[in-house]
Each structure stands twice: as structure tokens, then as C-alpha cells.
Write a protein that binds this ligand. Structure first.
Ligand code: ZN
Length: 294
């Protein structure tokens, strides 16, 4: 399933994104004579029965040719209210090289906060003194079950699904101090979307093409098989130290091709009016317009 969060009449709801367009989950729940028709991503992720139930409803709706009663007024990030937002730095060797940093022996972990979360096609308005704005195309893992000290072999059983992410980074703020946080979690610096692809549709998250385009021009192109630490390993490693909960997300790192990786003379930081898109194989396209500075 492709599941998108959206807003309708100021309210957050859940839609299937189908070939015929968005289909509101709550509408189909009502047609199934369910009294409780309010469906959000938070509810979906916390209810272990939800994936099978929604799959059944979707097939029913498809078999009956049912069209949605309402379309979203606005598409949000598929997980609009993540718990933890964990990020992995330097997880592709060529990116570590272009950043002139050492190949890490352990995953380099940092974080973003909820203020950074926006959906596809939502303009980002960077803070005024963040001049060195850069893109980072990433595969995002969305947790679907509580995970504590899970083994690598079973780690993917704890995943609800995957989406595109852009770990937008202001390099001047990132390197102002030796903690990267400030340059990583300004408002809107964590675009995700356009929808969540459920884990059953992704045979191997550690073998997906990943592409970033800047105004249509390809600037990053790799495959998640090139990650130093795989999705499986990251879940295993992180869950040794902190319990992962449904709705926690992991930005798994970016490949080479970021602006920061170029020589100083060649660096052309993102500007107002440009558009960055991230496409991981099978996950659609996350579009981020760069808005005015504020
Ligand atoms: Zn990153």
C-alpha cells in the first residue's frame, strides 16, 4: 500500500494513493459500517491489525470501483508526527570522502526534531543566517513495531514501511560548532514523502536506486546497497541502546554528490526558486521547492 497523510477541512487524515488518485481510508471504513472512521498515520502505526485490515478494505474498494469522496486539501509528510527522528551521517564511503571525513567504524548518529517535518511540495523557508543550504537524498525507514535489542536477521520485521527523505542541511550552521544539530533541524529541514510504501512492497531496502535532482538535473545517483551500515544493521545497532517505537523514523544517510562535496570555488548553494527532488526506487518522488529566506 501507498499511504499518504493529508489535511481536509483542517483535520489530518489518511489516504491510499492509488493509480486512480487518493482514496480516503475513513470513507471506506464508513462504507464497511465501521462507527469509528477517523484514520490517521499515527493510528495506523500503533494498531498491529491495521495493515491487514486496510489491505482488505483497499481490495474491496478496488473490486467495487469506488472513488474517494474527498481529496486532501494538502499533502503532509506521511508520518506527520514522528517520535524519534534519527539520522545517520557519512553512511556512503564516497560521501565520507567528498566531505573529507573518515570512514566511520560505528554509525554516526544525530537527530532532527518535529519542527523539521514537512511533506512533498511544501516550500522550505530557511533561516536568514543559513546561507550554505544543501540537499541530501536519503531512504527513510519508518518503524512499525516496538524494537528493543533486535537481531540483524529479524530487524526488518519491525519496519512499517519506507519513504523518500531530504536531510536538508545548512553547512554554515552545521559546522559552526562541533555538534551538527543546528544546521540539520531548522524548520522544514526534514522533508519526507510523498507517501509511505508499506514494507511488504519493498523486497530489499538495502538494494534500492536513489536519485536526487536539482531543477531536473541529476546531482546524486547511487544505490542503498552502497551504504556502509545497512537498514538491518542500523535497526539492530540503534535498538541496542534505545527502544524504537512505532512512528520513529531513521534517515539512513546520503550518497555522494552534495554541494558541500565540491571544491569551494564550485559550490553553488541552493537558492530561492530552485526545486530539489528525491526518488528512491519504488517510493515515488519527494519534491521540495526552496522558498524565500526568513
Ligand atoms: Zn544526511
Amino acid at each position: 500500500m501507498h499511504l499518504a497523510s493529508g489535511r481536509v477541512d483542517g483535520r489530518e487524515e489518511l489516504w491510499w494513493m492509488t493509480e486512480d488518485g487518493p482514496l480516503r481510508v475513513g470513507y471506506i471504513a464508513g462504507l464497511q459500517d465501521r462507527a469509528d472512521t477517523v484514520w490517521t498515520m499515527t493510528r495506523y502505526l500503533r494498531d498491529p491489525k491495521a495493515p491487514a485490515l486496510l489491505q482488505k478494505w483497499l481490495e474491496w474498494a478496488h473490486a467495487h470501483g469506488i472513488k474517494s469522496d474527498r481529496l486532501p486539501d494538502q499533502i503532509l509528510a506521511p508520518v506527520p508526527h514522528p517520535g524519534k527522528i534519527l539520522c545517520v551521517g557519512l553512511n556512503y564511503r564516497p560521501h565520507a570522502h567528498e566531505s573529507q571525513m573518515e570512514i566511520p567504524s560505528y554509525p554516526v548518529l544525530f537527530n532532527k526534531y518535529g519542527n523539521s517535518v514537512v511533506g512533498s511540495n511544501t516550500p522550505v523557508h530557511p533561516p536568514r543566517d543559513a546561507q550554505e543550504l544543501d540537499y541530501e537524498a536519503e531512504l527513510v525507514v519508518v518503524m512499525g513495531r516496538r524494537a528493543t535489542q533486535v537481531g540483524e536477521a529479524e530487524a526488518l520485521q519491525y519496519v512499517a514501511g519506507y519513504c523518500n527523505g531530504n536531510d536538508l542541511s545548512a553547512r554554515d550552521l552545521q559546522f559552526r560548532t562541533n555538534q551538527w544539530l543546528l544546521g540539520k533541524t531548522a524548520d522544514g529541514f526534514g522533508p519526507m514523502g510523498p507517501y509511505l510504501v508499506t514494507a511488504d512492497e519493498i523486497a530489499d531496502p538495502d538494494a534500492l536506486d536513489i536519485v536526487c535532482r536539482r531543477d531536473g538535473v541529476e546531482v546524486q545517483h547511487s544505490n542503498t546497497r552502497n551504504m556502509i551500515f545497512s537498514c538491518r544493521y542500523l535497526i539492530h545497532y540503534i535498538s541496542r541502546y534505545m527502544t524504537l517505537e512505532p512512528g520513529d523514523v531513521i534517515f539512513t544517510g546520503t550518497p555522494e554528490g552534495v554541494i558541500f562535496g565540491k571544491s569551494e570555488a564550485e559550490r553553488q548553494w541552493l537558492q530561492t526558486g530552485e526545486q530539489v527532488s528525491v526518488s528512491v526506487e519504488g517510493l515515488g518522488e519527494l519534491v521540495t521547492p526552496i522558498g524565500s529566506w526568513q
